[in-house]
Design a protein around this ligand. Structure first.
Ligand SMILES: [Zn+2]
Ligand SMILES: [Zn+2]
Length: 575
């Protein structure tokens, strides 16, 4: 049921509005929250049956609040919530970004300790004030301090799903400027690095001034750092820096290569150029003796002149891609279009926001051949984990729904790996499921050997098929837990288990280097979205590009297989 979550969102909105000194609205939101909290029926059902009108029949829920409820049911987000956050004094809004400080706690810190900024928060921690606060305590203070540290480290970096859509938007704006022949992102965005420091965009145009004018006056520009003839830099309203350079046709490939990086790749490439009697710069490839232009229109041309096969941007980290290219040993990287299904997603049976039917409708629309519904197991009480009876009910609902769909819907579970390595459902239940994903959701601060044993014990269970988000990290928010991945991969490989690449941009777990390591153990991977709404099924591309950064080919990834081949991999799947 979504009731509790939506109520929490409204309480949080009320808290924030109160911090903003907004008058009567917080009362209205709290009233609505109480109504929803105390509803006996599932609010998503009420909405599904009667639409906005049915929501407005509930006490304390008017048109505006009904709309917000519908937004949450459909997308898992309330846009206004994001907007009012932006209205908070920036110091206070930043508190909300800290792991273990939500709006509720931020409001208490603000009210009781007059904390208005990160600086105030640090001071309060140093004076041990938070530990003494009602409902907080020593442990909370320590966790807030840890969250703060992590935030500071990653504070200027953006997740891929924040950066990539903006880069695409800027590119499409620039492409419409008269005289622009081409525009595209370079930098870490083009390499799909797991987090992005700033956007670098390149364009070809014979009227650069026009490009600069359009770029610096886009509605989402906050301030201009530099506005030159062929290069401008701005800070966008969300805090992300974006740079645009206009270059000539002859230099475009060289500039693209230079600004795509990474630096180590570029340095190594320049060294190769020198060995071959050339000089490579952002302006092109030149003969070292005569200074004559040799190449630079396209990257393909550059690599070719240097005796290399084209190297995909995701590989450019100086991790052996140059020597592999020289020997024609580059991997044939997996592509988003290779994906035929998604094995990890949640519905409102646990903490997802949608129904099985809507998830299947979307997955089918994506052109998938198969999908698995993998809600949380019983122990995940705070994620509405499912008791066995509800799981059984879900299995039968899937069987009924299947008749309506072309896409094959597998029954599955994201079953908790408990502290001792046992699984949260007994074998006779797991046996009934097509697929089981084992995940760690607790005890993140355990010692390395304890966590390693816990995961390896779970991998010895014959009913586990996939190890979910194997390191438990949340980018910029929560460090991975301490675990000996070599031991985990070795155990997984001996037991024929599949390793997940969780595609959620906040996770991207496994990350690139660990994918490379896992591949050495001969492991197979599943790229899953872990979607909690139909919309989030679209996050798949972030996982695929992360897999590409880990040198994976389609044959390494089980969800590129046609449906008919799955029984070879998943022992309980029968078609
Ligand atoms: Zn999980
Ligand atoms: Zn999940």
């Amino acid at each position: 049921m979504l009731n509790k979550e939506i109520a929490e969102q409204f309480y949080a909105i009320a808290d924030i509005l109160e911090m903003l000194n907004v008058a009567w609205k917080p009362i209205a939101y709290r009233k609505a929250a109480r109504t929803i909290e105390n509803l006996e029926k599932d609010i998503a059902d009420i909405y599904a049956k009667g639409g906005l009108a049915a929501l407005q029949e509930l006490s304390g829920i008017g048109e505006a609040i009904a709309l917000k409820i519908s937004q949450y049911i459909e997308t898992g987000k309330i846009p206004e919530f994001e907007d009012i956050r932006k209205k908070l004094p920036s110091g206070l809004a930043k508190l909300l970004d800290i792991d273990s400080v939500g709006p509720k706690r931020a409001a208490v810190l603000h009210k009781k300790l007059k904390i208005c900024s990160i600086k105030d928060l640090k001071k309060a921690i140093s004076k041990n004030k938070i530990a003494k606060l009602d409902g907080f305590g020593e442990k909370s203070q320590k966790n807030i301090a840890l969250g703060l540290e992590l935030l500071e480290k990653g504070k200027s970096r953006f997740l891929l799903d924040e950066a990539i859509p903006i880069a695409d938007k800027i590119v499409s704006i620039l492409k419409k400027v008269p005289g622009v022949e081409h525009a595209m992102p370079a930098g870490s965005t083009r390499r799909w690095k797991e987090s992005i420091g700033d956007l670098d965009i390149l364009a070809i145009s014979n009227t650069p001034k026009k490009v600069m004018d359009v770029f610096t006056t886009m509605p989402f520009v906050d301030r201009i750092l530099a506005n030159g003839e062929t290069k401008s830099m701005v800070i966008l309203k969300n805090g992300l820096q974006a740079d645009v350079r206009v270059v000539g046709k002859k230099a475009f490939g060289a500039a693209l290569n230079y600004f795509t990086g990474n630096v180590d790749h570029n340095v190594a490439l320049r060294r190769i150029a020198i060995e071959k009697g050339y000089k490579l710069s952002e302006y092109g490839l030149f003969d070292r003796k005569t200074n004559k232009y040799v190449a630079g229109r396209t990257e393909e041309e550059l690599y070719k002149k240097l005796g290399l096969y084209y190297i995909e941007p995701e590989l450019r980290e100086n991790r052996g891609e140059l020597s592999a290219s020289a020997k024609n040993k580059l991997p044939d990287l997996i592509k988003p279009s290779d994906i035929r299904g998604d094995f990890h997603m949640h519905t409102k049976y646990s903490d997802g926001v949608s129904t099985i039917e809507l998830m299947a409708t979307r997955a089918q629309k994506l052109g998938y051949e198969y999908m698995a519904i993998s809600d949380h197991s019983a122990t995940r009480a705070n994620a509405h984990g499912m008791e066995i009876e509800r799981l059984v009910k879900q299995i039968s609902e899937i069987k009924t729904l299947q008749k309506k769909f072309r896409i094959k819907i597998f029954t599955a579970s994201e079953v908790d790996i408990l502290g001792n390595g046992e699984l949260d459902y007994p074998d006779e239940i797991l046996k009934k499921l097509d697929i089981a994903i084992g995940s760690v959701h607790s005890g993140f601060k355990s010692e390395e050997n304890k966590m390693t044993d816990r995961i390896c014990t779970a991998l010895e269970n014959k009913y586990i098929d996939v190890l979910g988000h194997p390191t438990g990290r949340l980018i910029n928010k929560r460090n991975p837990y301490a675990v000996d991945l070599k031991k985990v991969f070795d155990t997984a490989s001996r037991n024929n288990k599949i390793i997940e690449i969780n595609a959620h941009p906040a996770r991207l777990d496994l990350k690139d280097e660990h994918i490379l390591l896992a591949k050495q153990f001969g492991l197979k991977f599943a790229i899953n979205t872990d979607a909690h709404s139909p919309e989030q099924l679209g996050l798949m591309k972030y996982g695929v590009h992360t897999a590409r950064r880990g040198w994976l080919e389609a044959k390494d990834v089980v969800n590129t297989l046609p449906l008919a081949s799955l029984p070879r991999i998943f022992k309980r799947i029968k078609l």
